[in-house]
Design a protein around this ligand. Structure first.
Ligand code: MCA
Ligand code: AMP
Length: 503
């Protein structure tokens, strides 16, 4: 019997009494007790009828329980489906329906709100809070803490993570055991993580960065994590002396730079700072080096591929680049029209192939065919170039995507809703430079002839529909959208014209 992901991440630590998670309460969870908790969850879920291949949707605040639910899913062969805690019921409806999840776990405080949704979809609802309270509590307290991991193969699914689609419909990226194992092992050795490492973990765990990069690397290395509910400057500086390393999105680093406590002496003991999920400005990289003496290590990845490239641990961490392809990742830069490789130095679309590349989009074979070539290369939708030394630069995106503080926003989704509103002729949602979030969405609206638009009312519609991080920071009414000779809306023109909006 084997379960490759369980064997790689969890089995080696089953009897380990050393700390795995340091919690904000001051307590810690050992590896052994964490895995016993996972075993209990697995037994409870099994009693509730979950079996191999079922999808379990989870929308809960970050806690050791959330992580143990993930470990339980791996053990049981249940496909883990984590969801951003900011999603509204309408957004959840789509993910649950599309994935065919048979159960949803949510916060106790959201039970009432989500009851109609689960009723309509005919699925089971269970609750657990970051404190451990909820409907699962009683069953957990009496459940055995051992669960025999089920047999799985390398290509079997471990998780589905929804990544937004350019047409406005999210796509469920199917992630296999092999995808996760190859990346976790590569990154652990590339970044020199060992069991002596203590990672300051303030990322959410419903995305690749916090779950598959940060947590998996620590599991493979056998190190520990200071596992904080969210990024907050005071708690960062409180816990920094105990940490050896940190991973974060660029907003973490720009926020750290605003704080006087970020000094050379406060960070001297740190081994490594890693950034990813969005472009790290050269300026942030240089300022951070000046203020701390540390060169941030920037890497590049995607939900569909986990990590693709990384700056070197020992060599030059070059600002503005995402480094080199990982050891078993092939990366090529191709012409968007022909798909042929372009010469070094030229900008083209980034394509990647390797054991990290996902299995396709759940129940969307056509979308999968469009983006995943038959020869295994995945068209990332990012534009980039390679310099003569092999460093990869991300030059932009070939997909209409806004990344705000590391969260992805697909303009189409918001434009669709705006376009449906009375009096709106058309709309364009554009990512405008934002000093804290990197980019922030701004909605540009054109009124139908004779109509008068009320941006407050339109904003209310958005607020009732979408997670907070997707809300346009401004809605601006303009006479017409700029278009090129083919009639295509030129978002670049709006981005440039309104580039100073948040400066
Ligand atoms: C929170 N808000 C946001 C964001 N986060 N608005 C826009 N963009 C955001 N990212 C909302 C809050 O709900 C709040 O609303 C208001 O904005 C300001 O909140 P603030 O306190 O400033 O925000 P925060 O709670 O401190 O959160 C900011 C954050 C957080 C720490 C940067 O967004 C975060 O942890 N981001 C990391 C996301 C991540 O893990 N991405 C990786 C994806 P109100 O004012 O109404 O209360 S994985 C990935 O991208 C790939 C695979 C990769 O390469 O890693
Ligand atoms: P996600 O949908 O969360 O998988 O976001 C993946 C996208 O984030 C990539 O396709 C890139 O556009 C972007 N991204 C991730 N890391 C970096 C980075 N280091 N620099 C620039 N963009 C990045």
């Amino acid at each position: 019997m084997s379960n490759p992901l369980y064997d790689a991440l969890f089995l080696p630590h089953a009897e380990l009494n050393s700390p795995f998670l340091y919690l904000s309460s001051g307590e810690y969870v050992t590896y052994k007790s964490f895995l016993q908790m996972a075993g209990r969850f697995a037994n409870v879920f099994s009693n509730l009828g979950l079996v191999i291949g079922d999808r379990l949707a989870v929308q809960i605040e970050k806690s050791e329980y959330g992580l143990a639910i993930y470990a339980a899913c791996v053990q049981m062969g249940v496909v883990y489906l984590p969801l951003n805690t900011a999603y509204m019921p309408q957004e959840l409806h789509y993910f649950i329906e599309n994935s065919g999840a048979s159960m949803l776990i949510c916060e106790t405080s959201k039970e009432e709100l989500l009851q109609p949704l689960v009723g309509e979809l005919g699925i089971r609802l269970a609750t657990i809070d970051a404190s451990g309270n909820g409907s699962l509590l009683e069953a957990l307290s009496t459940a055995p803490d051992q669960f025999q991991p089920v047999n799985r193969g390398l290509n079997d699914l471990a998780a589905i993570l929804y990544t937004s689609g350019t047409t406005g419909r999210s796509k469920g990226a199917m992630i296999s055991h092999q995808n996760l194992i190859s990346n976790a092992q590569n990154l652990t050795s590339l970044w020199r993580f060992t069991k002596s490492d203590v990672l300051l973990h303030t990322l959410p765990i419903f995305h690749t960065h916090g779950l598959f990069v940060a947590t998996h690397v620590m599991l493979v290395s056998g190190g520990s994590m200071i596992f904080l509910p969210k990024f907050d400057l005071d708690s960062i500086f409180k816990h920094l002396p105990q940490a050896t390393s940190m991973m974060g999105v660029p907003t973490f680093y720009t926020r750290l730079l605003t704080d006087d406590r970020l000094t050379k002496s406060n960070t001297r003991h740190m081994r490594l700072f890693i950034s990813g999920s969005a472009p790290l400005l050269d300026e942030t990289h240089r300022m951070f080096a000046k203020q701390t003496g540390h060169m941030i290590l920037e890497r590049y990845g995607m939900t569909e591929t986990n990590m693709n490239t990384s700056n070197p641990y020992e060599g030059e961490r070059r600002p503005g680049t995402v480094g080199f392809p990982l050891p078993d990742v092939e990366l090529k830069i191709t012409d968007t029209a022909t798909g042929d490789s372009v010469p070094d130095g030229e900008i083209g679309q980034i394509e990647v192939r390797g054991p990290n590349v996902f299995q396709g989009y759940w129940d969307m074979p056509e979308k999968t065919r469009e983006e995943l070539r038959q020869d295994g290369f995945f068209i990332t939708g990012d534009l980039g170039r390679k310099d003569e030394e092999g460093y990869i630069y991300i030059a932009g995106r070939n997909k209409d995507l806004i990344i705000s503080g590391g969260y992805n926003i697909y303009p189409k989704e918001i434009e669709k809703l705006l376009d449906e509103q009375a009096g709106v002729a058309e709309s364009a949602v554009v990512g405008i430079f934002h000093p804290d979030f990197g980019e922030s969405p701004v909605g540009f609206l054109v009124a139908k002839p004779g109509a008068i638009l009320d941006t407050k009312e339109l904003n209310n519609v958005i607020v009732n529909h979408f997670a907070r991080f997707k809300h346009p920071q401004r809605l601006l009414i303009i006479k017409e959208l700029p278009r090129n000779s083919m009639g295509k809306v030129q978002k670049k023109v709006l981005r440039e014209k309104y580039g100073d909006l948040f400066k």
